[in-house]
Write a protein that binds this ligand. Structure first.
Ligand code: 5GP
Length: 183
C-alpha cells in the first residue's frame, strides 16, 4: 500500500470532529482558573492516569498557577458482567507517599465511572489532605456507578471518541482534537 493510501485508511477512523483544539484550550484555561480558585495558593499534586490523560495533563498543568507537582500512574480494569467495582489493578504506581498532599486526579474520560470510583477509593486510603477529580470528558449516560468528577470540561453523548490522548487500538492519541471514531 502506498503512503497516501495508508494515511487515507487511517483517516477513515476520524468520523467527525466533536471538540476542536481551540475549544479544548479555552475550556482548559477556565478549568485552570477554577483549580486556582479552589486551592487558593495551596500546593497541589496532579496525578494523571496513563495513557489516555497524558495530553490533557500536559496542558492542564500549564493552566494552573498554584504550586504544583505532577505524578503518573497506570491502571487496568478487569470488569466482567455485572461487577461494578473493586477490580481495578494499579499496574504502575505513584513514586511517592501522597499523605500531606492536596491530590487532583487528572483523567481523560469518565464513562461507566468504575475506574475512577476504584482509584479514588485506593488513593483515599493513602490519606491525602484532600482528593478531587478533574476530567476532560464525561459520558453520564453510560454511568454504572454513582461517580461525579469535581471539575468536568465537556459532557458528550454515548460516542466512542478518539484524539487528544484517547486511542483506538493505540492509534489516534496524537490528534489535537476530539473526534467520534467510525469506520
Ligand atoms: P470507565 O471505568 O469510566 O468505564 O472507563 C474509563 C476508561 O475507559 C477511560 O479512562 C478510557 O480509557 C476508556 N474509555 C471510555 N470511553 C472511551 C471512549 O469513548 N474512547 C476511548 N478512547 N476510551 C474510552
Amino acid at each position: 500500500m502506498k503512503v497516501e493510501e495508508k494515511i487515507k485508511e487511517y483517516e477513515k477512523g476520524i468520523k467527525k470532529v466533536l471538540i476542536t483544539a481551540e475549544e479544548i484550550q479555552a475550556a482548559i484555561k477556565k478549568a485552570g482558573e477554577r483549580i486556582d480558585a479552589i486551592y487558593d495558593g495551596r500546593p497541589i499534586l496532579l496525578v494523571s492516569i496513563l495513557k489516555g490523560a497524558f495530553v490533557f495533563m500536559a496542558d492542564i498543568c500549564r493552566a494552573v498557577h498554584v504550586p504544583c507537582e505532577i505524578g503518573f500512574m497506570c491502571a487496568k480494569s478487569y470488569y466482567e458482567g455485572t461487577q461494578s467495582s473493586g477490580v481495578v489493578k494499579i499496574t504502575m504506581d505513584l513514586d511517592r507517599d501522597i499523605s500531606g498532599y492536596h491530590v487532583v486526579i487528572v483523567e481523560d474520560i469518565v464513562d461507566t465511572g468504575r475506574t475512577l470510583n476504584d482509584i479514588t477509593k485506593i488513593l483515599k486510603d493513602r490519606n491525602p489532605v484532600s482528593l478531587r477529580v478533574v476530567t476532560l470528558l464525561d459520558k453520564p449516560s453510560r454511568r454504572l456507578v454513582d461517580f461525579k468528577a469535581d471539575v468536568s470540561l465537556f459532557t458528550i453523548p454515548d460516542y466512542f471518541v478518539i484524539g487528544y490522548g484517547l486511542d483506538c487500538a493505540e492509534k489516534y492519541r496524537n490528534l489535537p482534537y476530539i473526534a467520534e471514531f467510525g469506520e
